[in-house]
Write a protein that binds this ligand. Structure first.
Ligand SMILES: Cc1cc2nc3c(=O)[nH]c(=O)nc-3n(C[C@H](O)[C@H](O)[C@H](O)COP(=O)(O)OP(=O)(O)OC[C@H]3O[C@@H](n4cnc5c(N)ncnc54)[C@H](O)[C@@H]3O)c2cc1C
Length: 381
């Protein structure tokens, strides 16, 4: 049970690290330890395809189950199409690709149904008493382990993957249809036409509390799908979640292991709850460094840049959740989606420039936002 890397938690982050390592250092021995019987849980992960650098395409492309050339957003005063590629990965494909990759790497192991109880710098202990040793241990046990201090907003959602009796007429994903009633903070519907006869429809709330009426939201999703003209044969899959969108977050720069990664380590976008682009950046860093140099200056540079991006995104969260009344959160998002496409793209990728940040604040504040309160937040950031 000795490895070069032990990856604790078989979710998105560990999967990306395993695939990046396999691509760049195929002789290393890896173990993924996951408490469930499959890796990847029950998810569909979407991302902006331009966020995948050339160096990662060969191992990310096989995970993709659907891809589109652009997407739409809709608000009461704005309908806009973005010509920017978007793609989705699902748990089933993730499990299949990662298990195959580990099986093809001599000395590697995928331990399923294996709960980890302690995570050390070079050693991991399982609930059944087994221990695994590694030159580098990565702790990617997911959002539940994220330690937050202070107030937080929530992104909560219920999504249904619908099998259709008749092919739909949709051409692109609708990332945000916020023309619907705003019942619990910002609310929007998210629609992904995954195949001619399969569509994901998800109802999302940017709310101040974590309570989610799953049955009620599910009924609303079905109602929305019917209004879209979708003829539902059956519900193939349901996903739901409540992700914290923190107003403050401290991410340390570690000098020794374990490397706390993924959502648990603060590698996610605090305003969108998405983690794919930052998880991929960290995976590439780990693969470039190898097991003995993960904690070198390159990690410091990666984290300095990530923290600078986080500061801006966290400021926006404070403006969205602490300064903007819930009924006006949609106005903030509508105004944001009028910005130049490149600024919006960089915001979602957590790669904003100084100019992007200035652009977000230029002009009069959106309806319902007190200029004085907004200024106080900006000046204290
Ligand atoms: C339903 C849903 C949809 C999402 N959609 C998107 C999206 O479209 N795009 C995007 O970028 N982000 C999305 N996110 C947000 C984020 O990307 C995901 O939460 C992502 O899966 C986080 O990756 P992770 O590896 O940090 O954690 P996870 O993927 O949650 O993986 C953590 C794993 O650790 C395992 N684990 C926990 N404790 C132990 C233990 N003690 N021993 C062994 N194993 C353990 C868990 O079972 C789990 O499999 C979504 C989140 C949810 C909940």
């Amino acid at each position: 049970m000795k490895f070069d890397f032990v990856l604790v938690g078989g979710g998105l982050q560990s999967a990306l690290i395993a695939l990046a390592l396999r691509a760049q250092r195929p002789s290393l021995r890896l173990a993924i330890v996951e408490k469930a019987e499959k890796i990847g849980g029950n998810h569909l992960w979407s991302f902006h395809a331009d966020d995948v650098p050339e160096e990662a395409r060969a191992f990310v492309d096989p995970l993709v189950i659907a891809r589109w050339d652009g997407f739409d957003v809709a608000f009461p005063g704005l309908r806009r199409t973005f010509d920017s590629p978007y793609a989705s990965i699902d748990s089933r494909r993730l499990h299949a690709v990662v298990s195959e990759s580990l099986a093809a790497t001599p000395g590697s192991a995928l331990l399923l149904g294996a709960e980890v109880v302690t995570v050390g710098e070079h050693e991991v202990t399982l609930a059944d008493g087994r221990t695994l040793e590694a030159a580098c241990v990565v702790d990617a046990r997911g959002p539940e382990g994220l330690v937050l201090e202070g107030a937080t907003g929530y992104q909560k959602f219920v999504g249904l993957e619908l099998a259709l009796a008749r092919p739909h007429q949709l051409t692109r994903p609708m990332l945000m249809d916020a023309t619907v009633a705003q019942t619990d903070g910002l609310r929007f519907l998210y629609v992904l036409p995954l195949a001619a006869d399969r569509v994901l429809v998800e109802d999302t709330f940017f709310s101040s509390d974590a309570a989610l009426d799953v049955a009620g939201v599910r009924a609303d999703v079905v109602g929305y799908a019917v209004r879209l003209g979708l003829e539902i044969a059956h519900v193939e899959r349901q996903e739901q979640g409540c992700l914290p969108l923190p107003l403050t977050l401290s991410v340390p720069t570690p000098t020794r292991g374990p490397l706390v990664a993924g959502y648990r380590g603060g590698f996610f976008h605090p305003t969108t709850g998405y983690s794919f682009p930052v998880a991929l950046r960290l995976a590439l860093h780990v693969a470039r460094s190898g097991p003995d140099a993960v904690f070198g200056p390159a990690l410091g540079r990666l984290l300095d840049e990530h923290k600078s991006q986080l500061r801006f995104a966290l400021l926006l969260n404070r403006l969205l959740f602490a300064v903007t009344p819930p009924q006006h959160r949609r106005d903030v998002m509508e105004r944001f989606h009028r910005l130049p496409p490149a600024t919006i793209r960089r915001f979602y990728a957590l790669t904003t420039t100084r100019t992007d940040r200035a652009r977000v604040f230029l002009g009069r504040p959106p309806r319902g936002v007190s200029l004085r309160a907004a200024l106080a937040e900006v000046l204290s950031a």
